[in-house]
Write a protein that binds this ligand. Structure first.
Ligand SMILES: Nc1nc2c(c(=O)[nH]1)N[C@H]1C(S)=C(S)[C@@H](COP(=O)(O)O)O[C@H]1N2
Ligand SMILES: [Mo]
Length: 508
């Protein structure tokens, strides 16, 4: 009798616990590799903390004191244990219900992961892996359940327990591996969160009142960090502890310079607004954004190093081996080429280069905006090449004048329609933007106030739209008189050209 109950309840429950332990363990490993902030256990804990009403938080602190977080994790563990056992028992009676239970747990984990601040789709991967792995392993384990009427010498019971124990142990090992991998990222995240950005010695002038046109759907003039495009070759975001960070300036210089983090942030830092753009941005694309950067002029550091006369390039090197080739004059002239530590009033987000990156107005990111930068090698274009130059892109990458239509898109109502967008030519500035309807004459758009020559500028044009299908086109003119060319060029090898064109249909 007792034995029958063991077989009917206990073994399936063990299978459930082993399968869920396996799934979560593998998920922790995946999180450690791909998305250190998306450990299923930790994101669920964080979500519960956010959801808990204040009285529950007070009660938890009163009850557990500073061990309240540990108590929370133990509590989650116990609930998981019960649910996992229940899934096992359910699976032996009604597999569909068991799957639904596991899937519900998975969805909870995914929601917890993707609703964290700064989360991306990758953060959904660990909980998804956990759900799939637990479901598959549970089905497999129940296939190993010992025979209902064991005969003399039957080994099925031992075999089942060995499988269940083995699967659980693999899960535990994977979890330990995952935590070890993620600990670096968590330490750096914590350092970043507690770091107070120094006050700028030179503050940026306030954004002019007229910089932001009030048009629905128009790109905001400052791009929030969470919306800022991200491009890099890093599968795993480098975890650089500022305490360990340093920058070495060497190569064709009279004095090698070594700068530590403490030395850098003690320098008089300057704020500047700069629009950053990727060379892979197609005409009309969105690999471009504007932020308020805080940093120290690179020209001052190069002046300390004293480049020798033959030098014409600085190869910046990141901790993960990315390199960018910037013409030395772009780093030594009077533009705001900086070693940046702040982005929109925060320390750089990890994925945007924490603790230190370069920002150089007027150059595409691939030849200037090195994130996680640790080295500036003063050299020559005929002696060294940047990462993308080795892959067929141009060694030099000055930005090209560009303009984009943000609204309208698709269908609009007949009558006055606001056409609006942004235009940019960093380090030169925009003098005019024009719009053409159905290849008709170019008409002046209204320009918003530019923050500076280094940033994009919003524009708008009021169009009296007649019914039917129409084609809108935009072109910009630089402060130096260059009119944006209509010639279409693709992004390789040095940036796209051509007029952004959108089709709209106007209805009565
Ligand atoms: N370390 C490192 N820095 C890098 C890159 C990279 O792959 N690795 N990509 C560059 C490219 S191509 C661009 S467009 C910008 C993008 O910066 P963002 O991700 O902060 O927008 O970073 C540049 N800096
Ligand atoms: Mo880029």
């Amino acid at each position: 009798m007792a034995d029958r109950r063991t077989r009917a309840w206990l073994f399936p429950a063990i299978a459930g616990v082993a399968a869920v332990a396996f799934g979560l363990g593998v998920a922790e490993l995946v999180a450690g590799l791909l998305a250190p902030r998306a450990s299923p256990l930790l994101v669920v804990g964080a979500l519960l903390i956010d959801l808990a009403p204040p009285w529950a938080k007070d009660a938890a602190i009163a009850l557990f004191g500073t061990a309240d977080k540990v108590a929370l994790l133990v509590g989650i563990g116990l609930v998981l244990l019960v649910l996992a056992a229940a899934a096992g028992v359910l699976q032996s009676r009604n597999p569909l219900l068991a799957r639904l239970l596991i899937a519900a747990g998975g969805v909870f984990g995914i929601v917890a992961a993707v609703t964290r601040a700064g989360a991306s789709v990758v953060d959904a991967v660990p909980a998804t892996v956990a759900t799939v792995a637990a479901t598959l392993v549970l089905t497999a384990l129940l296939g190993q359940l010992p025979a209902p009427q064991p005969r003399e010498g039957d080994l099925s019971r031992r075999r089942f327990l060995t499988w269940a124990g083995g699967v659980g142990a693999v899960g535990a090992l994977a979890a330990i591996g995952g935590y070890a991998l993620a600990s670096g990222a968590r330490v750096v995240t914590a350092v970043r969160e507690t770091f107070a950005l120094p006050q700028p010695e030179v503050a940026a002038a306030p954004v002019p009142a007229g910089a932001e046109l009030d048009v629905d759907g128009l790109t905001p003039v400052i791009t929030p960090n969470a919306d800022f495009y991200r491009i890099d070759t890093a599968l795993q975001v480098p975890n650089l502890d500022p305490a360990q960070w340093s920058l070495r300036i060497h190569g064709l210089v009279e004095n090698e310079v070594e700068l530590t983090w403490d030395e850098l942030i003690a320098l008089p830092l300057e704020e500047s607004y700069t629009t950053l753009m990727c060379v892979s941005n197609p005409v009309g694309g969105d690999l471009v954004g504007t932020a308020l950067w805080l940093g120290y002029p690179i020209r001052e550091l190069l002046a300390r190093a004293k480049p020798t006369s033959g030098a014409d390039m600085v190869l910046s090197v990141s901790s993960d081996g990315f390199t960018a080739s910037s013409p030395i004059e772009a780093l030594t002239d009077d533009r705001n080429a900086i070693l940046a530590v702040g982005m929109n009033g925060e320390p750089l987000p990890l994925e945007h280069g924490f603790p230190v990156r370069m920002v150089v107005p007027g150059l595409y990111g691939y030849v200037s905006a090195t994130k996680w930068v640790t080295e500036l090698k003063v050299t020559r274009f005929d002696e060294a090449r940047g990462y993308w130059t080795d892959r067929g892109w141009s060694a030099r990458g000055p930005v090209k004048i560009s303009s984009r239509i943000d609204v309208p898109r698709g269908q609009v109502a007949v009558g006055e329609v606001v056409v609006a967008g942004v235009a940019w030519h960093q380090h030169t500035g925009i003098a005019a933007v024009e719009v053409s309807v159905d290849d008709g004459p170019w008409r002046d758009a209204e320009l918003a106030s530019a923050i500076s020559d280094d940033t994009w500028v919003q524009w708008r044009y009021v169009w009296d739209a007649a019914p039917g299908d129409h084609v809108l086109k935009v072109r910009a003119t630089s402060a130096d008189g260059e009119v944006q060319t209509a010639d279409l060029a693709g992004v390789a090898p040095d940036g796209a050209t051509g007029h952004h064109t959108v089709s709209v249909s106007v209805v009565e």
